[in-house]
Design a protein around this ligand. Structure first.
Ligand code: MN
Ligand code: MN
Length: 263
């Protein structure tokens, strides 16, 4: 069973708000009628047929501690039996409570993190819960067995030191190739920050970082993974910055391909 959960929480965005609006806009792509529901492997991917849409988490707070506790609880409550969960939306800070919930069920969880940014800041803008810091929080607590970061093209000295300190496997964009895929281990969680894509393919993100991968390369990565994927998030989509829902459609396509891969 695959479940979909919307996480409309963007209190920890450092530059622009907007990812809280993502879940509704991405879901709209299934309903608006310009695309069909088929993944490229021939499976029809529809809510109620091969995944269950659990709706959005309702936040009555913009406090990180309360918001994160709610995310952790809601996801943990759905993660029963062999359930897999894909979450939509939010800024990248939400991956910390999401992955926290997964590690309670999946010991030795491995994480593939696709992003322009390493999100490894010890502290960013005096906010340790910043969307620039989730993987520092995850790694300092020893929550996961390994972290593989792909598409990175914004490393400063501090983040390079953090990556070394925590033994992060990193495929920087200036040396991008697919050889990391065969090394990925199970159980695998995938965190997709849509700014891993070049802004030409995904303008609807808060941080436009040139020199990223193409949509096709992202789909090839997902389709080539042999490890067992137990969960995924699609974060940092910002409808406020989007052009004619182009990036919403990219997110919807990524969602379909992830569901098809995880079934
Ligand atoms: Mn990120
Ligand atoms: Mn990013």
């Amino acid at each position: 069973m695959i479940k979909l959960i919307g996480v409309p929480f963007d209190a920890n965005s450092s530059f622009l708000k907007g990812p809280a609006l993502a879940p509704a806009r991405i879901r709209m792509m299934e309903a608006e009628g310009s695309a069909n529901c088929f993944a490229e492997n021939g499976m029809e991917i529809k809510a109620g047929i091969n995944y269950e849409d659990c709706g959005d988490i309702v936040f009555n707070t913009c406090q990180s501690a309360d918001g994160f506790a709610l995310i952790q609880q809601r996801v943990a409550a759905q993660l029963v039996g062999d359930t897999k969960i894909i979450s939509l939306g939010g800024d990248h800070s939400v991956s910390y409570p999401l992955i926290d919930a997964f590690t309670k069920v999946h010991a030795g969880l491995h994480v593939l993190h696709l992003d322009a940014h390493a999100d490894l800041y010890e502290n960013f803008d005096d906010n340790p819960y910043s969307h620039a810091s989730p993987f520092a929080r995850i790694l300092e607590q020893g929550m996961i067995a390994s972290l593989t970061q792909v598409g990175i093209r914004t490393l400063n000295t501090h983040q390079r030191q953090q990556a070394k300190k925590y033994g992060v496997q990193m495929v920087e964009m200036n040396n991008f190739n697919y050889s990391f895929i065969e090394k990925l281990q199970s159980p695998l969680y995938i965190s997709v920050d849509l700014d891993v894509l070049d802004p030409a393919f995904a303008p609807g993100v808060s941080h436009h970082e040139p020199g990223g991968i193409s949509t096709r390369e992202l789909l090839t990565i997902i389709q080539s993974i042999q490890a067992t994927i137990v969960g995924a998030d699609i974060v940092e989509y910002n409808p406020v910055r989007d052009i004619n829902n182009m990036t919403a459609m990219v997110a919807y396509k990524v969602l379909k391909e992830l569901v098809a891969k995880m079934l």
